[in-house]
Design a protein around this ligand. Structure first.
Ligand code: ZN
Length: 501
């Protein structure tokens, strides 16, 4: 490694560490912070974001990047050196367009907005959040103008989470699978009574739920020596490096699903972070490459594995040991159907697999409208409910169950939702590839062996960190770009079975 390259890496490590320190403060804000401490926390995070942004877009970083690029010229595309220059140059070109003061203001505004949103959601009071949300979209529009975009301001936002993808491409992917999805939900809807999930809706002691969720997360491969599980209002996964990955979940004492499947979901994210190459640690190449790929990991473990019959062949006796009274007499078939019950519901994170992407499409349309001005923030509750009825045939009885349910907009994460649906599609695409190469995976899962699948993910996806964009990675792994074919086939096969269609 040359001298200039080494200097660049050292500088990037400092910037990376500032980001991880901010992540600790952010995690704390969503888990343990006392209510009165939000204001000072906003100042602390603002300072960290100002310093790290200023360091990254400085002349010095630009010069080091240029010199290091000359030094490693001709290095293999897949090498850490060439990847570092390629990825960091793109990061730099984007970040340098944003004024540091804008980045700092965004950080402060989002930290404070979180509390305004949490209160509004608890009180079902959209009006108290409206002003904050208007400011958030105003800042976001300004950010998109700074960043620039090929066609639509929304392109600039998507690019932050899924580098290179455009609004038109996402729209096409959604349009491609929406009609079949709606048809499937309709077919299931006519046979709704065939499946009951009563067995999951009983009294489940929270501490026992925690113990069972932890047992499952450990079994599938999350390493608790390098991570923890805590409670948050809106569950998430964050990390302070591959050696410290934080999962969060939430418990419902009367419903087994949220904590159990939520923990498997976040553990899927967590294992991706824990599997990032050790040689990439402390560099901007560490961690997940895009939110869509990240979500493919969480959805794969939560749904393709966690809601499969084979998985419960292994897991049901374990669940029964934790909850003998509630689950002692349930048979595998009843339980398997229960966890796969399709129910048109208001809350996205609790939606079944078939209706989930419709929740996303609705948000995608609204965000595009909010960005180009065709939808006004003040009209959001009305616009939300109208679309909800059109897509899912039901109307949320209040805004807490409607437009106020998600944390994202308060956090300035606009353009983010689409990646959830992309992640669903990718989860099926990647899993099928793993299966093609290791046909024994389902059998192993039914015996509680998850090594082959996790090992395949480690080798093909996790270890590369951010070296490849989502599209590059997907082509390398599956031989083609993202498509909805595999996901639709997966859903159709599964629900035809569960609902005897
Ligand atoms: Zn997720």
């Amino acid at each position: 490694m040359g001298e200039k390259y080494q200097q660049l890496v050292t500088r990037l490590e400092d910037i990376q560490n500032l980001g991880k320190a901010a992540a600790v403060l952010g995690w704390d804000q969503q888990t343990y912070i006392p209510p009165a401490s939000v204001e000072p926390r906003a100042h602390q995070l603002e300072t960290l974001s100002r310093i790290s942004h200023a360091m990254f877009v400085s002349e010095e970083t630009a010069r080091l990047l240029e010199d290091a690029a000359k030094e490693v010229e001709g290095a293999d595309y897949d090498s850490n050196e060439a990847s570092m220059i390629r990825v960091v140059s793109q990061d730099y070109e984007e970040q340098v367009k944003l004024p540091t003061e804008f980045v700092a203001e965004m950080s402060r505004t989002t930290t404070l907005a979180h509390e305004v949103w949490a209160k509004a959601r608890a009180n079902n009071d959209f009006k108290s959040f409206q002003g904050t949300l208007e400011k958030m979209f105003e800042l976001t529009r300004q950010g998109a103008e700074y960043l620039g975009y090929p066609e639509h301001p929304y392109d600039a936002l998507l690019n932050q989470y899924e580098r290179g993808i455009t609004t038109a491409q996402v729209k096409k992917i959604f349009d491609d699978h929406k009609p079949e999805l709606v048809e499937l939900i309709h077919a299931v809807g006519k046979n709704e009574g065939r499946v009951s999930d009563d067995v999951l809706r009983q009294d489940f002691d929270v501490e026992k739920q925690r113990a069972f969720s932890t047992e499952v997360a450990t079994a599938i491969g999350f390493d608790f020596n390098r991570g923890r599980l805590d409670v948050a209002v809106h569950p998430f996964c964050t990390n302070f490096g591959r050696e410290d990955v934080r999962l969060t979940t939430r418990f419902n004492p009367k419903f087994l699903n949220p904590a159990l499947f939520g923990t498997m979901h976040e553990a899927g994210h967590g294992m991706y972070e824990q599997g990032s190459g050790a040689d990439l640690e402390y560099t901007p190449l560490s961690g997940g490459t895009s939110l869509g790929v990240h979500e493919s990991q969480s959805r794969m473990w939560e749904n393709i594995v966690g809601r499969s019959r084979g998985f419960w062949q292994w897991a049901l006796p374990r669940a029964q040991a934790h909850f003998p009274e509630q689950l002692g007499s349930v048979d595998l078939e009843t339980f398997y159907r229960a966890i796969n019950k399709v129910k048109r519901s208001f809350i996205r994170v609790e939606a079944d697999e078939s209706t989930y992407n419709l929740h996303i499409m609705l948000r995608f349309e609204l965000e595009i409208g909010l960005m180009d001005g065709s939808v006004k923030v003040a009209d959001l509750p009305k616009e939300w409910n109208q679309r909800f009825e059109a897509y899912l045939g039901i109307v949320p009885p209040n805004d807490t169950l409607g437009v106020l349910q998600d944390v994202h907009w308060s956090a300035g994460l606009i353009g983010y939702f689409a990646t959830y649906a992309l992640g669903n599609l990718l989860s099926a695409q990647y899993y099928n590839k793993a299966l093609e190469q290791h046909p024994t995976i389902p059998e192993e899962i039914s015996e509680g062996k998850f090594d082959t699948l996790l090992g395949w993910l480690r080798e093909n996806i996790h270890q590369h960190g951010r070296k490849y964009t989502s599209d590059e990675l997907t082509r390398r792994v599956t031989g083609e770009s993202i498509q909805s074919r595999d996901y639709l086939r997966y859903l159709t096969t599964k629900y035809s079975d569960v609902y005897s269609l």
